[in-house]
Design a protein around this ligand. Structure first.
Ligand SMILES: Nc1ncnc2c1ncn2[C@@H]1O[C@H](COP(=O)(O)OP(=O)(O)OP(=O)(O)O)[C@@H](O)[C@H]1O
Length: 903
């Protein structure tokens, strides 16, 4: 319980993401842990929360000072006592305070950690260390892509910090690297958590500058689009020269950008970093020296200018956008000449095997560039994660309509040319032969005498290279490396193809016409991708009205001002995601502001009043009502298909069930027992019908549906966790086995549907008690009596889950002297409220519901339902709820599983 309370208090979140809770539990129990989870998946919380719970210091080893400073800045904005020890630390008291355990979290580099005197450690041990975290732990391994020898020496600390659990964290680690980490840190039976690498909110796209496309112009256009919408972009270049060139091109186009590379002075680099993370400059043009662990959560786009050196680095660098979970884009711009940079990348290699590893990495990155299939699938596959679907809907290859055609003749020519030239050259030689080159080499080997010579003149060289990529990807050609040189030969599959072919007849071979091949076709344009991004962002933001969009922008400006006044970065105050939620719900009180995801105690107490005042004024100016979630919910629903023309795929029984629920407003239970049926059907069957209707695109008021089946956001998160653990959705049973009893198959199926049709989880009530039931009724239906449910209109589905029929409840007994509950009052779901026994008039002494009294009473009771609180305070429901809301917003109490507790 304390874990959730701590999460909300300091970070403002109501739910843990997959694995976070288990990892924290393991660390708190003293067990070493290795965490391999995607960039932005929330690894940091795993070492931050244990310290806040245990009251002991967490020591975090992190590779870069800039990264530590960012982390410390963000943590301070959350009310966490954090500091770093390092050369740029200007506060001389930090060292002493750290040693005496004054901080929750202390950051330091590996060099610093290994050079601190043993007295520091023994003093800190005396006051208490809860963990030693090694962030970016792949730096330990020579097999990792950022090897740092200082990381190798961290094992020294194990001898000093006896019994202190070590947690190593990284976003990318192959099996070899994982083993290196656990061995090097002398981990003892570590708990290993490996999360999914899928970043669902990221769109992946590649652009190639075949046909002399003005790539830089294209890039400038893309960046200016993001600047226009006030969002941040990183452009990664492979060389300092490119970095300067792109920086200048942006400047010429009037785009202000920061620049960052290794030849700049430290101070200038720091200034660039600072102005980018504080949103003073929205674009950063940098070499890959920039960004390890950059914490800025609102980067909307990462562009790579030039093919990266490996898939690992690409995944990590591109993953720096969209850390707040909002839709973001990763573009890779490359030209074929990038593929000839092997010697540039190999210059650091000291051994043959290292050179080989670099070449293999480069080959994989090139493969990513020339893919014609799903890019997400490729990336996940690369990290050993299998997905069944071939179309992710979130990459250029899956969203652009692909042209395919039979290329058997061209394939025949290329394969023959490779074979005739002996299969020992790179792809350029066979292509030169086909294109009729009379170069010295061609003549020297008499390839100009081959019958194929000149037969491929019709296509430019890059056309043939694009075909070669596909033949390699499809296994007709094999590419091997010798030193930094590559050789292409015909594979077994290719030989088979050739053996059945003649110059005039070949077996059909249908391949994609890539942008490099199709000269008449437009390149996959950024305009298209922008549309695709909308799909990724989910319906919640598409439901923004113009006025709400304006409010969102104004609130971003307000956050910028707050950040400037507080000397911090805007994202450290709260994420864009949280601002969007505020713009959407427009809370009128602190209590309502507090329940928004991302709003923590520090934020509420420091900025709460100011923000509420602004929301009030700005909403008034824009003619927006406060507490507007319901109206937005309606907008979202309106946006969905309201015309039930999807009847076509539903059987009459299913469509009828949907109509009864949606149009006639009957609840699930009523539909199951509808008069006129020869025999009642199971409620579970009705639910399945409704879910199928939703999948067919019919409108469903999800909030109402969730209330009826008892699905809360917590249950949804639990189901997502279970899916991650099981690793597949194919079978329900293993997922159900991972879940607590109260989560039924019905819940699991509903979660699947919500996710599959791309609904935002915001439509799922955070808790059922605080729902305003009438807002969830279909338009024009007012069957619900304004009443507290005292009746027994609850029933169980096939799995023992409560089903609630909110509007078929009996009238409550209302105490004289208390106010009649209004339409918008809190609904107590039937199954929760059955045991409420509202006292008869005058039968009890009235206990006044004041802050102090409620707080004191809760202190003496561990976990109390709202109904029992109301009962104790003599049913004076309205004031009880008001007081509870206040106490909740002040983080004095919290609610979990519908029970109130003191924090
Ligand atoms: N339980 C949660 N609910 C909502 N947001 C969360 C949760 N946990 C973390 N986040 C947010 O997700 C974002 C990324 O988290 P974090 O910085 O910990 O990622 P990370 O895995 O350490 O990434 P990297 O590998 O890049 O360092 C942050 O903005 C963080 O506040």
């Amino acid at each position: 319980m304390i874990m959730e309370a701590t999460l909300k208090k300091y970070f403002g979140y109501s739910f843990f993401r997959p694995y976070q809770k288990e990892i924290i539990e393991q660390i708190l129990s003293g067990r070493d842990s290795l965490v391999v989870m995607a960039t932005g998946s929330g690894k940091s919380l795993c070492y931050q929360i244990p310290s806040l719970i245990s009251g002991k210091t967490a020591v975090v080893v992190s590779p870069l000072l800039a990264l530590m400073q960012d982390q410390v800045m963000s943590l301070k904005q959350r009310g966490v006592k954090a500091e770093y020890i390092g050369s740029s630390q200007t506060n001389s008291a930090v060292y002493g305070n750290a040693e005496s355990g004054q901080f929750d979290i202390v950051y330091m580099t590996p060099e610093r950690a290994c050079s601190l005197p043993s007295r520091f450690w023994s003093n800190l041990l005396n006051v208490g260390i809860c963990l030693l975290a090694v962030d970016e732990a792949h730096c330990i391994s020579e097999w990792g892509h950022d090897f740092r020898k200082e990381y190798k020496q961290l094992d020294k600390l194990r001898g000093i910090l006896l019994d202190v659990p070590v947690i190593a964290l990284t976003a990318t680690a192959t099996d070899k690297v994982r083993l290196d980490i656990t061995n090097s840190l002398e981990m003892n039976d570590p708990f290993i958590a490996i999360g999914s690498f899928d970043r669902e909110n990221l769109f992946y796209g590649v652009k190639c500058c075949g046909r002399g496309l003005p790539l830089v112009d294209e890039l400038v256009g893309e960046v200016s689009k993001h600047v226009a919408s006030s969002s941040s972009t990183i452009v990664y270049c492979t060389t300092i020269k490119d970095t300067e060139q792109i920086f200048m091109s942006l400047k010429e186009a009037g785009i202000k950008a920061a620049i960052y590379h290794g030849q700049m002075a430290n101070k200038a680099r720091e200034e660039s970093h600072r102005s980018f993370i504080r949103d003073e400059l929205l674009v950063m043009v940098a070499t890959v020296a920039f960004g390890m662990g950059v914490d800025k959560s609102n980067i909307r786009c990462v562009i790579h200018y030039g093919c990266p050196k490996s898939v690992e680095t690409y995944y990590q660098e591109s993953g720096r956008c969209g850390r707040d979970g909002l839709a973001s884009t990763c573009w890779l711009y490359y030209s074929r000449s990038d593929f000839a940079k092997a010697d540039f990348y190999c210059r650091e290699a000291k051994t043959e095997s290292h050179k080989k590893a670099i070449m293999e990495s480069l080959k994989a990155a090139e493969h990513y560039c020339s893919l014609v299939t799903c890019r997400r699938k490729f990336l996940l596959d690369y990290f050993g994660e299998k997905i069944a679907a071939n179309n992710c809907g979130g990459c250029d290859n899956c969203t652009n309509s692909k042209t395919e055609r039979d290329m058997s003749r061209e394939a025949y020519l290329l394969l023959s040319s490779v074979q005739s030239s002996g299969g020992r050259w790179g792809i350029n030689m066979p292509i030169d032969i086909l294109r009729g080159s009379r170069s010295k080499k061609v003549r020297e080997f008499q390839f100009d005498k081959l019958p194929l010579h000149g037969l491929g003149k019709d296509h430019p060289s890059n056309w043939w290279k694009a075909l070669a990529d596909q033949l390699i990807a499809n296994g007709y050609l094999t590419e091997t490396f010798k030193d930094i040189y590559r050789a292409v030969s015909v594979s077994k599959k290719g030989v088979q193809f050739l053996s059945t072919a003649t110059p005039d007849r070949q077996q059909p071979l249908v391949l994609a016409v890539t942008s490099e091949m199709d000269e008449g076709e437009e390149q996959s344009g950024s305009g298209k991708a922008a549309g695709d991004l909308q799909n990724l962002s989910g319906p919640e933001w598409n439901g923004f009205s113009e006025a709400e969009e304006k409010l969102f922008r104004l609130l971003l400006d307000m956050r910028m001002n707050l950040a400037r006044c507080s000397g911090t970065a805007p994202y450290a105050i709260c994420s864009d995601q949280t601002i969007k939620k505020i713009a959407r719900t427009r809370p009128s009180s602190k209590a309502r502001l507090a329940i928004i995801d991302g709003v923590n105690q520090h934020f509420l107490t420091t900025y709460g009043d100011y923000i509420l005042e602004n929301i009030h004024l700005l909403s008034q100016g824009l003619n927006l009502s406060l507490d507007g979630e319901a109206s937005i919910q309606a907008t979202i629903i309106e946006k969905k298909n309201t015309v039930p023309n999807c009847q076509r795929k539903l059987t009459p029984a299913k469509f009828e069930a949907w109509k009864m629920w949606h149009e006639n407003g009957l609840c699930i239970q009523e539909i199951a027992n509808a008069p006129g049926r020869p025999a009642p059907i199971k409620e579970q069957t009705v639910i399945n019908y409704l879910l199928e209707a939703a999948q067919e695109g019919l409108e469903i008021n999800w909030t109402r549906f969730c209330v009826e089946i008892g699905l809360t956001r917590m249950v949804y998160e639990e189901v997502q966790d279970a899916i991650s653990k099981v690793g597949s959705r194919e079978k329900l049973k293993p997922i159900k086995d991972e879940l607590p009893e109260h989560v039924s198959y019905v819940h699991i199926k509903a979660c699947f549907t919500i996710k599959d049709i791309g609904m935002s989880t915001d439509i799922i009530p955070a808790d059922l008690q605080s729902l305003k039931s009438c807002e969830n009724r279909p338009e024009g239906l007012h069957l619900f009596e304004a009443s507290i449910d005292m009746g027994a209109n609850s029933s169980l589905d096939g799995n023992g889950s409560p089903l609630v029929c909110p509007h078929t409840v009996s009238s409550p007994k209302i105490l004289a002297g208390t106010k009649q509950p209004r339409v918008n009052d809190v609904l107590i779901p039937a199954w929760k409220s059955q045991k409420i026994d509202v006292p008869e008039e005058g039968s009890q002494i009235v206990v006044e519901a004041t802050r102090t009294k409620i707080l004191e009473w809760l202190r003496n009771h561990d976990g109390v339902a709202l109904s029992d609180i109301i009962k104790h305070f003599n049913g004076s429901k309205e004031s009880v709820i008001d007081v509870l809301r206040c106490l909740e917003s002040e983080f004095l109490i919290f609610k979990k599983n519908d029970l109130y507790r003191v924090l």
